[in-house]
Design a protein around this ligand. Structure first.
Ligand code: ATP
Ligand code: MG
Length: 169
């Protein structure tokens, strides 16, 4: 069976990696939706869909995981249409893994098997926390796979985030 997980992955961190590995214990493959795909270069969404795609695919392949599909998903500003929008972009799947109450509810109403995941080491493994650390010049690299810190270095991601965090007055 195939499972679906959606996130913004800003950036892809070790919590995401653990969750995907857990999902693959129960499913033949996983569809990874890159949410808010149209956004980049903002404090909440610094990385492009392409950059996030590379973070995820390089990391999983480096760990010899190949049974995944990565699908960028742009926001639609209509909650009742969102599940149909996802379905129009992805291969068929039966289970959805999410902690987001809205995503849970929308898939539940469409009869999907919705499962919550246990948050792992959430104090450290949180996108918001990692972005904050980048801006403050604190250590963030230990919270992401090495493949992700390499990509962020290549694209000068920390400098991008710092520049975005400067005020314009
Ligand atoms: P942000 O702080 O930017 O929202 P995030 O760490 O919550 O970042 P998302 O891209 O929002 O990351 O998360 C995608 C999915 O992964 C969500 O359903 C989220 O609950 C799950 N997830 C995120 N961090 C962890 C973690 N440490 N352990 C388990 N699941 C996680
Ligand atoms: Mg989140």
């Amino acid at each position: 069976s195939r499972a679906f997980i959606v996130g913004r992955f800003q950036p892809f961190h070790l919590g995401h990696l653990e969750v995907i590995q857990e999902i693959l214990k129960d499913h033949e493959s996983v569809i990874i939706g890159i949410g808010s795909a149209q956004y980049s270069h903002t404090l909440q969404n610094p990385f492009t869909a392409g950059e996030r795609h590379l973070m995820i695919s390089n990391t999983l392949e480096s760990r010899k995981i190949f049974n995944f599909y990565i699908i960028p998903i742009e926001d639609v500003n209509s909650n009742p249409l969102w599940v149909a929008h996802v379905e129009s972009l992805t291969p068929h799947f039966s289970s959805v893994y999410t902690n987001n109450p809205l995503v849970k509810r929308l898939f539940y109403e469409k009869k999907y098997n919705v499962k919550s995941m246990e948050l792992i080491n959430r104090v450290e493994w949180s996108g918001t926390r990692i972005r904050d650390r980048m801006i403050r010049g604190e250590n963030w690299e230990r919270d992401v796979p090495e493949t992700v810190s390499e990509i962020i270095r290549e694209i000068d991601g920390v400098e991008r985030l710092r520049a975005l965090s400067e005020s314009d007055d």
